[in-house]
Design a protein. Structure first.
Length: 452
């Protein structure tokens, strides 16, 4: 490893000592670095996360919702949101999901649906909502109407928490959607390693206001994180922050230019569609769009996104971010060059021209949200039995099942296995999607609540 990575990196792999501070109780250089991050992102406090944004989402939800308390969440949240609900014991109140009618990807929550939830709650005095959890943006670059949703949360006196795993760059250029801190959210978790330039696994947690105190969130983080924090990861967070704070707008301006040209060129390839702000703006759920997120709908060439991802990787040595039945998704960052985008566009064009299936194929519809009959934590910790997935219809699921990426569960603990869920999981497996969340790594068997 020393020969491969260099001695400087190995010599920097240190543990806490007084001269280099300690993340568990930062009073020196780590405190200074975190304070600079808070200044750069416009928050009261910033906390270095060395276990990814997953740990930040766990911390936010554990800080905001106790066992049995109600939290409004989007049904298409990342698996880390669901694992935090299991850890905290909080009960989710789901915002109704919706899919884009043409492109098939999940849409942000409708503010009208949030108003409906509160109107219903006011008629049932025993229900007390404590917090609202949102995603800004989605894996597909769609941002919610964040200021409208934040105003509703403020009016109702609840904490607003935001998963900004894919939005760390939003804070440094005005052409991107609104940020959680700008609309008054209590907390936000950012994957700096995705679009901010830090090493993988290095993220930030931001906090502002008085609703959740600095002392409380620090206590929560102490429970969740290792006491042997990586100085390599922390150093990468500080250098990435410095680059964004001093050159972020300049770098992102160039990134946007490259992304806009790439989108136009892909849209000129017959059978491919890369939707942008013009195609997406009419939907009243969408408050903004990240133009550096390149979603390419490939159904028009008779292939699935899974098919195209495999060809890109095996034949062209290009690894994109993710795929689904309808699309492939690539992320363009300030590290990418026009030459790299040329390679991607050339490969997509070649795949489109060579496809022998020009007719649009029919893919399985995304299944509806299954009925929930148990709290996620109760189902997860219940006695379990494992059954072949084909024999689980009507049973209560005791684990999560998802394609990863994007890591959005099709079914969660406490929900009922439906024929649509079973069919969709089997279709994903047949298509070659990477399935996660199941104890059975072959994805043949599912853990259900014993006797259900």
């Amino acid at each position: 490893m020393t020969e491969y990575f260099g001695s400087a990196m190995m010599e920097s792999d240190l543990n806490a000592m007084s001269d280099i501070d300690d993340l568990a109780n930062p009073v020196g250089v780590i405190k200074e670095a975190q304070d600079l991050a808070a200044e750069a992102f416009g928050s009261d406090n910033a906390y270095f996360l060395i276990n990814g944004t997953t740990s930040g989402i766990h911390a936010m939800i554990l800080a905001a919702a106790a066992q049995r308390e109600k939290m409004i969440v989007p049904r298409d949240g990342h698996k880390s949101m669901y694992s935090a609900l299991i850890l905290s014991g909080a009960s989710p109140v789901f915002l109704p999901p919706a899919l884009h009618p043409e492109f098939g990807f999940p849409l942000p929550p409708d503010p009208a649906d949030l108003e409906t939830i509160f109107n219903e709650v006011r008629q049932i005095q025993s229900i007390d909502i404590k917090s609202l959890f949102l995603i800004n943006p989605s894996y597909y670059g769609l941002a919610p109407r964040l200021s409208v949703l934040a105003d509703i949360a403020k009016r109702e006196g609840i904490a607003l928490l935001v998963d900004e795993a894919h939005g760390s760059h939003f804070y440094f250029h005005e052409s991107f959607p609104q940020t959680a801190m700008s609309v008054g959210a209590c907390m936000s978790a950012l994957s700096m390693h995705k679009t901010g330039g830090s090493l993988t696994q290095a993220s930030l947690l931001l906090r502002q206001g008085q609703r959740i105190s600095n002392e409380h969130i620090r206590n929560i983080l102490d429970i969740l994180r290792t006491s042997s924090s990586s100085y390599l990861l922390m150093s990468s967070l500080d250098t990435a922050r410095s680059m964004l704070a001093t050159r972020g707008r300049e770098l992102l301006e160039e990134t946007l230019k490259v992304a806009r040209v790439a989108r136009d060129r892909i849209n000129s390839i017959p059978g491919l569609v890369a939707p942008g702000p013009i195609e997406l703006s009419p939907d009243n759920r969408i408050g903004g769009f990240d133009e550096t997120r390149l979603t390419v709908c490939v159904n028009g060439i008779g292939l699935s996104g899974f098919d195209v991802e495999r060809v890109l990787r095996k034949e062209y040595k290009i690894q994109i971010e993710m795929s689904d039945f309808h699309s492939v998704v690539a992320i363009i960052t300030f590290a990418d060059t026009e030459t790299q985008l040329d390679s991607l566009i050339h490969a997509l064009g070649a795949i489109a021209r060579s496809s022998s299936r020009k007719a649009v194929r029919n893919f399985p519809d995304h299944p509806g949200v299954p009925p929930r009959v148990m709290n996620p934590r109760d189902a997860f910790y219940s006695p379990k039995e494992s059954l072949p997935i084909r024999d689980t219809e009507g049973s209560i699921c005791a684990e999560m099942i998802m394609a990863y990426p994007p890591g959005i569960p099709l079914i969660c603990p406490g929900e009922v296995m439906t024929p649509e869920i079973i069919e969709h999981v089997q279709a994903l497996k047949s298509a070659g999607a990477a399935l996660q969340g199941m104890a059975d790594t072959s994805a043949d068997n599912v853990q259900i609540v014993e006797g259900s």
